[in-house]
Design a protein around this ligand. Structure first.
Ligand SMILES: Cc1cc2nc3c(=O)[nH]c(=O)nc-3n(C[C@H](O)[C@H](O)[C@H](O)COP(=O)(O)OP(=O)(O)OC[C@H]3O[C@@H](n4cnc5c(N)ncnc54)[C@H](O)[C@@H]3O)c2cc1C
Length: 372
């Protein structure tokens, strides 16, 4: 994608061929130089990786196959590794990531979200513009996500969880591990300090020149800062998943059944197997991890890349009770613990598994598997 920032160009096609083209167009050198700017040459691949259409391993393989060296691609590979890292934490810690993981968030004044933040009316132009665009695109640049989380938790003093759920709801790339754990990273729950950014930092990376805002202060002023008046008003957002209507399913009882879900929409998974292919939308899953209409539509559109995929709206046990299913296949995932059948491993970039309290301890081990 061009490095001249134009949000109207931020779009997420659902056809598999276009997704592959996006992988082909990664430019790791420009990425490393520009990724922190909202106009930077980021890949816009997260909605496809989060939905399990492509894996981090696949992206890495394509990158190397296209002649990009490990050395020049290191920054990009490291960012991909953050994804695998948070997923490993989720696997190891399970539902514990839903709460403050290593330290309780300090200085919490409310368990809601700032009303002016979700309305895009904080007075910080770069943030307000990004929030307005967010509802249209389903995407936020990583730096903007960090700014929003910092404004929410560290200036507005909201506990991270409700604001994180609000963001997850609207993101096309919603991934509860990357989401909850990044929010906790900003709020100081899984590292030893909170992340803060002032107006000067926002101006630099968002190409604005604003002054005189509540963030236009030196860094040492953050620790004694009270809640800015504009963030005072908070509310509980209504986050309800619009599940589609159940259509009739055609079932062949002679065939095995593959279960797809919000985290696995890989068109190549067992592509040559004759099977019933079911996209399982469990109300209990979406009650715990609600998503909005845009994310629902995006998931269903991605599902069209999978031959004969049929949607079942109901719980796993209801599916089994209603249809004569004999052999079930599914991919391992922390949200699948209630499935029964043949569980298959997901793809990872590296063989490093388990819980590491810091990303860099994890990355140090991963790096050893790269051929420089
Ligand atoms: C508060 C907050 C909430 C977030 N919530 C989510 C979320 O729900 N879903 C999600 O996919 N990412 C989340 N992220 C991580 C990151 O912002 C996005 O993955 C990234 O911005 C996606 O854009 P991209 O594909 O253009 O990334 P690129 O910069 O092009 O990076 C390439 C790939 O590396 C991975 N990656 C990059 N940065 C991160 C990161 N910090 N953590 C994990 N993986 C990363 C992604 O898979 C991404 O597609 C969150 C970050 C923050 C700070």
């Amino acid at each position: 994608m061009a490095s001249n920032y134009d949000v109207t160009k931020v779009h997420f096609p659902s056809a598999y061929s276009e997704i592959l083209q996006r992988v082909e167009s990664i430019d790791p050198s420009t990425y490393a130089r520009t990724r922190n700017y909202i106009s930077g040459a980021v890949s816009y691949l997260s909605p496809y990786i989060s939905r399990g259409v492509i894996s981090t391993k696949f992206v890495l393989q394509q990158l190397l196959q296209n002649g990009h060296s490990v050395k020049k691609s290191e920054k990009f590979i490291q960012e991909l590794a953050w994804r695998d890292y948070w997923q490993q934490v989720w696997m190891a810690k399970g539902n514990a990531i839903d709460n403050d993981l290593r330290h309780l968030q300090t200085d919490v004044q409310n368990h809601e979200i700032s009303t002016n933040l979700v309305k895009g009316e904080t007075g910080i132009k770069a943030i307000d513009r990004a929030v307005a665009q967010f509802y249209d695109t389903g995407y936020l640049h990583n730096h903007v996500r960090m700014y929003i989380a910092a404004i929410s938790c560290n200036m507005g003093k909201s506990h991270w969880k409700i604001p994180a759920q609000w963001m997850y709801y609207h993101l096309l790339d919603g991934d509860w591990a990357s989401n909850a754990l990044s929010w906790q990273w900003v709020a100081g729950c899984n590292r030893n300090k909170k992340y803060v950014a002032n107006q000067e930092n926002i101006n630099k990376y968002c190409h604005t020149t604003q002054q005189g805002t509540f963030l236009d202060i030196p860094y040492d002023a953050f620790s004694t800062m009270g809640i800015p008046e504009v963030l005072d008003d908070t509310h509980l957002p209504e986050l309800i998943t619009p599940l589609p209507e159940q259509k009739e399913i055609k079932f062949d009882k002679a065939l095995p059944t593959q279960i797809y879900n919000y985290y696995n929409l890989d068109p190549n998974w067992k592509g040559d197997l004759s099977a019933n292919r079911i996209l399982l939308l469990e109300p209990s899953h979406f009650a715990k991890y609600p998503i909005g209409q845009k994310s629902m539509d995006f998931m269903l559109a991605l599902g069209e890349n999978i031959e004969n995929l049929q949607v079942f709206v109901g719980e796993f046990d209801e599916l089994l009770a209603q249809y004569p299913i004999s052999e079930v296949y599914f991919n391992e995932h922390p949200t699948n613990k209630n499935y029964r059948g043949k569980e298959e491993a997901r793809d990872w970039m590296f063989s490093v598994t388990g819980y590491f309290p810091s990303f860099f301890a994890f990355w140090k081990k991963c790096k050893k598997e790269l051929n420089y």
